[in-house]
Design a binder for this molecule. Structure first.
Ligand code: ADP
Ligand code: MG
Length: 317
């Protein structure tokens, strides 16, 4: 099988989305976003041994590659629509490709998305997805939108994926049920598509937590030209991380990455309505602090004393 047969067999699918005018097969894809919408574009790459291990199942790798990109769209308030897939592989391994693409297509269908193009090359396994989403004109949620006195929220709980990374490094076998749950949080993160309408209605700024809460919050504050006061006891640490790591647990939530929950801000005027809105829908949100005018993020302990949080998020270089 050559590259072109592989593209035809594994990637080319019937077009389900009428906005895709030209899909796989030409020099480029053509899409026609609805009138009045802005196109939101992002790329995320997974590299073997950095973002996953080759012994992970192809299904898992496909889902992770798509889901981390979908998470970026959620953080922008955008509906994910189309992807192109740049796939670099050591060989054309048909059984692997079959499992990878079946899993990818089925998740794409679940999100009502379409693969419209890509590139297939030989080399160390690397999966790069460029995702295209749409949002009403001018309505994309930016990192830069936080205002002084806004309240800061985190969706879901943090630290499980980071603890799984540490356990992998320590050679854990993950045979225990609770350990398997942690490994799953790392291998198979679920983007918070359910939050899209909530974020669109209430968020003044948002970022998805991929590098670790402390680092990502710092990115948000820098972009918004402000700082924040964070109350450490209010940070939602994953219960299994607390159970396993006790006093160390908070460190995994603060500086470990790969949670793919959303950190976002809501104005003081909207706070009461927002919290009522979430509780009526059984959406768990944790208010962890507030935006302030002075730059830098200040962390307070249970007695409201400042604590130095030196640990920074994941950096590639
Ligand atoms: P070109 O040589 O013009 O870059 P290619 O031969 O790489 O074109 O690709 C042929 C067609 O197949 C293009 O439409 C391209 O978008 C698509 N394609 C190639 N690789 C992939 C892939 N991994 N996933 C989806 N589409 C792909
Ligand atoms: Mg090409």
């Amino acid at each position: 099988m050559d590259e072109f047969e592989a593209i035809e067999k594994f990637f080319n699918q019937p077009l389900r989305d009428p906005r895709v005018i030209l899909g796989i097969g030409d020099d480029a894809a053509v899409v026609c976003p609805d009138a009045g919408m802005d196109l939101v574009i992002s790329t995320d790459t997974l590299v073997d041994n950095v973002h996953f291990l080759m012994d992970w199942s192809p299904e898992c790798i496909a889902r992770r590659a798509l889901n981390v990109n979908v998470s970026d769209m959620v953080a922008m308030g955008a509906t994910p629509c189309w992807i192109s897939l740049a796939l670099t592989m050591p060989a054309l391994n048909e059984p692997w490709l079959k499992r990878f693409t079946e899993s990818l297509h089925s998740l794409l269908q679940h999100y009502n998305m379409q693969l419209v193009g890509g590139d297939t090359t030989k080399g160390p396994l690397t999966i790069s997805i460029t995702i295209h989403g749409i949002v009403e004109h001018g309505q994309a949620i930016r990192r830069s939108g936080a205002q002084n006195t806004d309240h800061i929220y985190v969706s879901g709980s943090l630290g499980a994926a980071a603890l799984a990374v540490k356990m992998l490094e320590d050679g854990a076998d993950f045979s225990h049920t609770n350990d398997a749950i942690l490994l799953d949080a790392l291998r198979d993160p679920k983007p918070r598509m359910d939050l899209l309408p909530v974020l669109r209605q209430f968020a003044t700024s948002a970022i998805d937590i991929s590098d670790g809460l402390a680092a990502d919050l710092e990115h948000l504050c820098e972009q918004s030209h402000c700082g924040a006061v964070i109350h450490l006891p209010d940070i939602p640490v994953h219960p299994l991380v607390v159970e396993k790591r006790g006093v160390d647990a908070l460190g995994f939530a603060l500086s470990g990455g790969d949670d793919y929950e959303i950190c976002f801000t809501v104005s003081d005027q909207q706070r009461a309505y927002f919290e009522q809105f979430c509780s009526e829908r059984a959406l768990t949100m944790h208010r962890i602090g507030r935006i302030r005018q002075e730059s830098e993020v200040c962390f307070l302990d249970e007695k409201h004393h400042p604590v130095v949080v030196s640990v920074k998020g994941y950096q590639h270089f």
